[in-house]
Every structure is written in C-alpha cells, then in structure tokens.
Design a protein around this ligand. Structure first.
Ligand code: PXP
Length: 236
C-alpha cells in the first residue's frame, strides 16, 4: 500500500494571493495528518511564489510524519534544506516562467551539479529522491548518483486520455520496474487526482505518491482532513 504525501503548496498559494497570514500551511499540515497523510510535501521555490522559508522551518518543528522538501539544485535552497534537515528532499527542475513543475530533472546533462546537490544533502543526513520523467536513460543515470528513491513524473499520464493514457501507463510500469531493479524506492506524483490515481497506486512496488492540487481543490468543499481521508481510501 503506497504512502500518501500531501503537497500543501496551494494552501500557501491562497495566502500569498494577499501576502497575509491565512490560510496557514501549518494548519493544513495538521489537518492533512489528521486525515491520514503519511508525509507532508512542500516545494520551496526560488521565486517563493507559495511556500516561504518560515513555513519550512515551522513545519520541521510541527509535522509528526515525514517532511518531504522539494527543491531545485540551487545553492540558496540547498543551504536552507541542509540547515532545516527534513527527512527527505526531492530534487526537481525549476523554471521561473512555468506554472508548475513541467518535466523531470535532466540528470544526464547536469550530472555533476545533481551529484553535488545529492552529496550535500546526504552529508546533512537527508534521504534524497529525484523527480524524473519515465525515461530509461535518466533512471540509469540517477541510479549511479546513489540516491534512495526516484519519483516518477506522472503528468503526461494525467493529461492523456483513452489509448494515449494506456500507453503512458505502460511507460510508467516499465520505468517503475527499472527503478526497482536498480534497487531504488519508487515514488510517483504530479497531476494525480481522485479519478486517475488508482492505476498508478496499483503499480508493483509503489511506495509513495505525492499529491497536491486535486486534494487542496477538493478540500475547499469538504475540508482538508476529509479530502485526504478520501484519497487515502483510493490508494489502499
Ligand atoms: N511531485 C512533485 C515532484 C511536484 O513538483 C509536484 C507539484 O508541486 C507534485 C508531486 C504534486 O503535483 P500536483 O499538485 O499536480 O498533485
């Protein structure tokens, strides 16, 4: 049964719409934990469009489950991660102009940079996951960097329908098998929803799913604790 990491970035997005104090992602983490979240996930972006440094620091003190910090391989956020020491860091690519993380990390073309980030996080005692497209070469390259886990980008699967979605699912299955053969822990996330999560949760060896937008969207109508509980039931 996969663990559910609840990404609460979009609670902070609403707060930042007014640059105020509410809704506080710290409250959201508490509600998500009450609903059964196995991890709380936040992305500290370079442009600080939603989660702020203060959020990460307070969450580290208050979250009782695993804290998973998503970050780019950039010195500023890496230094904060190493100081705050979440249990897990997920390295992601970041572009200022994107609405959300559009693709996986390109390990092949920046191997040294990613290796340096991984080593820095390991030295701080943080377990590292890499967010990758379901691409065989990227996965092989990731396995050589000594990370614990790979999170597969499920965005293409989530955006596809019909035969195209079935093909994307097949690609995810193949990539998942490769990740496990490399001895890495299998995670997945991006664009997963109440409607499409089932087949991804059912992939052999799926260990962790990170889901944000659809849970926070549903929470507006049923509350976050209930929204998380509903998602937990679907990933069982
Ligand atoms: N996993 C990673 C690495 C992400 O960057 C994101 C988006 O922040 C998610 C999971 C969650 O995606 P969504 O909000 O579409 O569920």
């Amino acid at each position: 049964m996969p663990e559910l990491g609840v990404n609460i970035d979009h609670v902070a997005t609403v707060r930042e719409a007014r640059r105020g104090r509410e809704p506080d992602p710290i409250w959201a983490a508490v509600a998500a934990e009450l609903g059964g979240a196995d991890a709380i996930t936040v992305h500290l972006r370079e442009d600080r469009r939603h989660i702020q440094e203060r959020d990460v620091r307070v969450l580290r003190e208050t979250v009782n489950v695993k804290l998973n910090l998503e970050l780019a391989c950039e010195p500023g956020v890496l230094a904060i991660a190493c100081e705050v020491r979440p249990q897990q860091a997920t390295l992601v690519p970041e572009k200022r102009e994107e609405v959300t993380t559009e693709g996986g990390l390109a390990v092949l073309v920046q191997r040294d940079k990613v290796q340096a980030a991984v080593d820095q996080l390991h030295a701080a005692g943080i377990s590292v996951s890499l967010f990758l497209d379901p691409d065989a070469e990227q996965i092989d390259a990731a396995a050589e960097l000594g990370v614990a886990a790979v999170e597969l980008h499920t965005g293409q699967y989530a955006n596809a329908s019909g035969a195209a979605r079935a093909a994307c699912l097949e690609t995810l299955h193949k990539a998942s098998a490769q990740i496990r053969q490399c001895g890495l822990t299998l995670h997945a996330g991006h664009g997963l929803s109440y409607q499409n999560v089932g087949p991804v949760a059912a992939i052999d060896g799926m260990h962790e799913l990170n889901i944000g937008h659809s849970i926070v969207s549903r929470a507006m109508f049923v509350g976050l604790e209930a929204a998380v509980r509903e998602m937990k039931r679907l990933v069982l």
